[in-house]
Write a protein that binds this ligand. Structure first.
Ligand code: FEO
Ligand code: CA
Ligand code: CA
Ligand code: CA
Length: 579
């Protein structure tokens, strides 16, 4: 049972109940207001959103992209900021009047314009933030924006294509899942399920390395390869090697070239949690969101120099990548080590199929397997506590746990894990560059009204009033509240009975207390979190409401199409969110 009086001094709002309503619900004394939805114009003179689905690629390239995901807020002045926002993928059932069964070449260009990143200036008027369509920094970055590679894999033979024989100028970004923000004012966008966009109409085989990343020669549902050759994996087999990276973007310069940072490895990147270590090195924690894949850490070669951002902007070009190995005991806590992924070390040698550092990075998953990394229950976001001593990572779920190569134990303690858990670790001596850490499970999600007396009921901090499944987005505010977003099963039935729609919760990272803060509309996930500098406005992403034809009309109501939307959460009394 939930205590009537809150134990945590951090959580100061009234919990909201689980919900199946087609709306965003927030605690008493709070309100939720849309900032921007898919299709809204981001430039003066750009066309307004049109319900028909008949707008063309040119219109979409001047509007907010689809499926809002990770985002960051960069302050410019007290009442002005610039936001960088991921547009992960796009829903053809809503993007096109014809729902996407058979795409034309222009349809493909429209889909390519609906993904990537949106950069918009926001201004505060009468206490409320809004998009400034006349902002000089406003920009769309899409699947067709010119970019550059940096780091050990730039220019490697595996990166070269007919269109780019030097292998240094990739084009575009897509499946931009979550994000990171650097202390030198840049945005990190993370390429996740890029394999979905590649395919072929011909029959043929792809390599084992391509298969490891989910690439196949069968037709892709997105159909880009039908009209844009570079997405045909049999015609241009190296093109897929140019995706799956962390991309660094300067949100203040709309003419800057996004940089793909190959030193951080290639996998299905979820987010990039950057912290400055006490010795000045930039440390970036990175999850690879796939069943049985791994958790990584990058440590920059050079140190951060306060006030010298021109130099700091090169920090992600060079460094060392590591992958996590956990002990496999059944105590739900233990020790772990970071194993270096450097060519020539730990068996990453020609005898084992690695010829140079570029291959170690391009096929980081294979390198991780080679060194004996722990297979994980889908690492999603990582967040570093403001004390810089504790790091948290959501392990969202993994139906394959317990099968071949994915043993039960360590931080992945349940077979057929359909609820997920939140891992917490502490680097030795608070040193993020250390190879050693201790870990435990901050939370094991479950359903205590369905399961009793086993791990599927969840950990002690889960009860009938705050339960949920599939933690995904996490982030801290300045006071150390842990905000948790879910991307899970919203059937509200069976093992998920009583959990309702996807939602957002707030946790005290020390006491473990968890309280539900927000519930989302029908068939959405909640993903993407940013704050205004005064922490009085929280920006929260509502992604894919009404997916797969579910009956949502969020946020416009009536019989409108559902649209992915960023919501602004504020307090009626103007106070700090959660405080
Ligand atoms: Fe795009 Fe793993 O979430
Ligand atoms: Ca996610
Ligand atoms: Ca997810
Ligand atoms: Ca998603």
């Amino acid at each position: 049972a939930v205590a009537a009086t809150p134990k945590s001094s951090l959580l100061n709002f009234e919990a909201v109940p689980a919900s199946t309503a087609d709306t965003v619900v927030v605690p008493k004394g709070y309100r939720a207001t849309p900032l921007i939805s898919w299709g809204d114009p981001i430039f003066v003179g750009a066309p307004e959103f049109d319900q028909s689905g008949k707008q063309d690629a040119h219109a979409q390239a001047h509007q907010f992209g689809d499926n809002t995901d990770g985002m960051s807020f960069f302050p410019l002045s007290e009442n002005r900021g610039v936001m960088a926002i991921n547009n992960e993928y796009t829903n053809y059932e809503y993007l096109f009047a014809h729902k996407g069964d058979q795409l034309t070449a222009d349809d493909v260009r429209k889909a390519q314009a609906a993904v990537g990143v949106t950069i918009v200036e926001v201004i505060r008027k009468d206490g409320q933030w809004q998009v400034d369509r006349s902002g000089q920094r406003n920009r769309r970055i899409t699947a067709n924006t010119p970019m550059m590679f940096t780091g050990p894999a730039a220019g490697h033979a595996l990166m070269r294509t007919q269109a780019d024989p030097a292998g240094i100028k990739p084009v575009g970004t897509f499946n931009n899942c979550s994000n990171g923000q650097t202390p030198w004012g840049t945005y990190l966008t993370c390429e996740e399920n890029f394999d979905d966009f590649f395919g072929s109409n011909q029959s043929g085989e792809v390599t084992a390395d391509q298969k490891r990343y989910g690439i196949s020669a069968s037709p892709s549902d997105y159909q880009w390869h039908q009209h844009d050759d570079r997405f045909d994996v049999l015609k241009h087999p190296n093109e897929a090697n140019r995706f799956g990276w962390i991309v660094e973007i300067d949100p203040n310069d709309p003419f800057s070239t996004p940089m793909k940072r190959t030193a951080l490895g290639r996998f299905k990147h979820e987010n990039a949690a950057l912290t400055l270590n006490k010795d000045g090195h930039a440390v970036v924690y990175l999850g690879d969101d796939e069943r049985g894949e791994h958790l990584y850490k990058f440590v920059s070669k050079h140190r951060y120099q306060a006030g010298n951002d021109a130099t700091n902007r090169k920090l992600l070009e060079e460094g060392t990548l590591y992958v996590a190995k956990f002990d496999m005991n059944v105590d739900l806590k233990g020790q772990g080590t970071w194993i270096e992924l450097t060519f020539g070390k730990n068996g990453l040698t020609p005898e084992n199929g690695f010829n140079d550092q570029a291959e170690v990075l391009i096929f980081a998953r294979r390198a991780a397997t080679q060194v004996g990394a722990t297979t994980m229950d889908r690492p999603e976001w990582v967040a570093v506590h403001p004390d810089k001593k504790h790091v948290f990572c959501t392990l969202t779920n993994n139906k394959n746990r317990g099968k071949d190569g994915q043993p039960v134990g360590g931080p992945n303690p349940r077979a057929k894990n359909h609820y997920g858990q939140i891992l917490r670790w502490m680097p030795l001596h608070g040193d993020h560059a250390s190879d050693s850490f201790v870990w435990d499970l901050y939370l094991i999600a479950g359903n205590p009204t369905v399961h009793k007396g086993d791990l599927y009921a969840g950990s002690d901090n889960v009860n009938g009033q705050n339960m949920f499944n599939s933690p995904d987005g996490i982030g801290f505010d300045a006071e150390g509240r842990l905000w948790i977003q879910t991307d899970g099963n919203y059937s509200n039935q069976g093992d998920f009975a009583g959990q309702g729609n996807n939602q957002m919760l707030c946790g005290d990272p020390i006491t473990g207390e968890i309280r539900r803060f927000l519930t989302g509309p029908i068939a959405c996930e909640i993903t993407g979190l940013a704050f205004s500098p005064d922490y009085k406005t929280m920006f929260v992403g509502v992604q894919h409401p009404g997916e797969e034809g579910a009956p949502s009309h969020f946020p416009d109501g009536g019989d409108t199409k559902p649209r992915s939307t960023i919501m602004m959460i504020t307090r009626d009394d103007g106070g700090v969110i959660g405080a």
